[in-house]
Design a protein around this ligand. Structure first.
Ligand code: HXC
Length: 519
């Protein structure tokens, strides 16, 4: 064969590989409102940056007539490219080849890029759209999944791992995304469940659709499995590009810093007025966040899940930070099982990847009741407490209003190695609110008063006394638990200066095999 013929053979093979399962199946994919595996890579990565590996890999199965059905690439596209010039590895499951189902060789392709990413220290992004284990391959497919899971586990906390769900993801296959740091689902076209609707009906009798069982809405609002909800494939992939912009490439690097055009010392008078006179009146913590961050930007994680706490990424003077804020707009910003778990996982991610944490506190306490106790609030609350106490990244805490009881301790207080703890003059830092405190301390005196009006007057007087004495920042400041009481309008500058001060912070936990966070 002449050289040119050999080159032509290569070109032909490449064209064949790029067709995946063929034109008809590509059309079917488009008809569902979905992009193909390759189109997705094109959106995710910088233009012309993708270098593909293992395009000529095929499966090794001969039974079920599969020796006559062979596709180059075998249902998954793998390789590396860049996002904003930074290297990432990517795999993209091709639904047009055996429904994107996973064979032994397909798993090896994914493992190869995961190993490369670990060697180099760069993120892995997985684009999932698959019917799960390739049925014809049997246990070899299960083994392939387990090889991937093991790599997900070893890579956890070393390189960022991001999963995009763009179609089916069912059975044990869901556990690879679950082991990664962030999951992005597309509305209406993606779903995740351990057992599908048919099995659910057979085993439990429950009739449920795939959408109701594990659609993007459900996992973004009820289960918390999905961190981001996208309206289509394109938005899903662009969200990942944005997420990557806040993250370092690995746990030994600092997150990227960008030039900041937003004045670091802008004073925001609006913050001096943001806390309502009535302590029971809500306000939106997002208004506070977007007033203080660079260019009012906030990339919210888990926006629709456990909305009584807000977590997400932002920048101060061009540097990435993780923000955690109680949200008075939902359930008064109370801590419960879900919000504790949500924030704990976020704090641990930030700590693992050297991203400083800014905490904005306005928390009335933990939600009381059997629902919470039976649901394990003791363990879930402890997760958040543990995450903050274990974190060694810079921690800046601002108490805006309420900071009561156990929730005060949990929300990055001084004794959990909070580096700089500031409070607004409107802060109320105490064991509990005035109403509860007066009920406990004055209960027997109140009972003795028979006249209802007199009783009410007495309660109000005692509550007022308690408020003046304890519901302020100065008691905590007197003991040095609060480093300074600051004017709200100055918050942006104080945070930036604190982060600057802490930029060389070194704090190391004692050597151990691993901690035992209350899971
Ligand atoms: C082999 C598969 C396949 C699979 C789909 N296909 N799933 N081939 N193994 N797991 C093939 C189909 O035969 C079909 O081939 C093509 O992919 C497209 O599938 P359709 O059914 O036509 O598509 P659609 O109607 O969109 O339905 C998609 C689907 C359905 C919901 C994913 O195919 C399905 O239910 N598949 C089985 C899912 C499953 O039970 N997987 C095992 C889960 S357990 P042609 O040639 O017609 O195009 C599991 C364990 C993992 O994954 C364990 C890890 C520890």
């Amino acid at each position: 064969m002449a050289n040119q013929d050999k080159i032509n053979e290569l070109i032909t093979k490449r064209v064949e590989a790029k067709l995946g399962g063929g034109e008809k199946r590509i059309e079917a994919q488009h008809a569902k409102g979905k992009l193909t595996a390759r189109e997705r890579i094109d959106i995710l990565l910088d233009e012309n940056s993708f270098e593909e590996f293992d395009m000529f890999v095929t499966h090794r199965t001969k039974s079920f007539g599969l020796d006559k059905e062979i596709y180059l690439s075998d249902g998954v596209i793998t390789g590396h490219g860049t996002i904003d010039g930074r290297i990432v590895y990517v795999f993209s499951q091709d639904f047009t080849v055996f429904g994107g189902s996973l064979s032994e060789t397909y798993a090896l392709k994914i493992c190869k890029i995961m190993d490369m990413a670990m060697k180099i220290g760069v993120p892995v992004i997985g684009l999932n759209d698959s019917g799960g284990a390739r049925i014809q391959e049997g246990v070899r497919s299960l083994a392939g999944y387990a090889e991937i899971f093991q790599r997900n586990i070893m890579a956890s906390g070393v390189i960022p791992q991001i999963s995009s769900i763009l179609g089916p993801c069912a059975g044990g296959a869901v556990y690879s995304p679950a082991l990664t740091d962030f999951t992005v689902m597309t509305d209406k076209t993606s779903y995740m469940f351990v057992t599908g609707p048919k099995v659910v009906q057979t085993v439990t009798g429950e009739v449920v659709s795939a959408e109701e069982l594990g659609g993007a809405q459900i996992h973004s609002t009820k289960s918390g499995v999905s961190h981001f909800l996208a309206k289509n494939d394109e938005e899903n992939l662009l969200l990942i590009r944005k997420l990557i912009s806040y993250l370092p490439s690995n746990n030994l690097e600092d997150p990227p810093s960008i030039k900041c055009d937003d004045p670091i010392d802008r004073l925001e008078d609006v913050l001096n007025e943001i806390i309502p006179e009535n302590p029971n009146q809500p306000y939106d913590i997002l208004d506070v966040i977007t007033t203080i961050t660079d260019n009012a930007e906030f990339f919210e994680v888990h926006r629709n899940y456990a909305r009584n706490i807000v977590v997400g990424f932002a920048r101060f003077n061009g540097r990435s930070v993780g923000i955690v804020g109680n949200q008075p707009k939902y359930y008064a910003g109370v801590l419960d099982c879900e919000s504790s778990r949500k924030a704990a996982r976020f704090v641990r991610f930030c700590d693992g990847f050297n991203i400083p944490i800014v905490t904005l506190v306005d928390v009335p306490g933990f939600l009381p009741g059997t629902g919470q106790e039976y649901g394990g609030i003791i363990l879930h609350g402890a997760k958040l407490l543990f995450a903050y106490g274990e974190a060694t990244v810079p921690k800046v805490t601002i108490t805006l209003r309420k900071s009561y009881g156990g929730a005060h301790d949990v929300m990055s207080c001084k004794q959990l190695r909070g580096d700089l703890n500031y409070a607004w003059p409107t802060a109320e830092i105490a064991v509990m609110g005035a109403k509860g405190a007066v009920e406990v301390l004055e209960g027997s005196n109140i009972k003795k008063i028979e006249d209802a009006d007199e009783k009410q007057l007495y309660i109000e007087k005692k509550e007022e006394e308690y408020t003046v004495k304890f519901a302020n920042p100065y008691v905590a400041a007197k003991y040095g638990f609060i480093d300074d009481v600051i004017e709200p309008r100055n918050t942006r500058f104080r945070i930036i200066r604190a982060l600057e001060l802490l930029s060389n912070k070194k704090e190391v936990n004692p050597p151990k095999k691993h901690s035992n966070i209350p899971l």
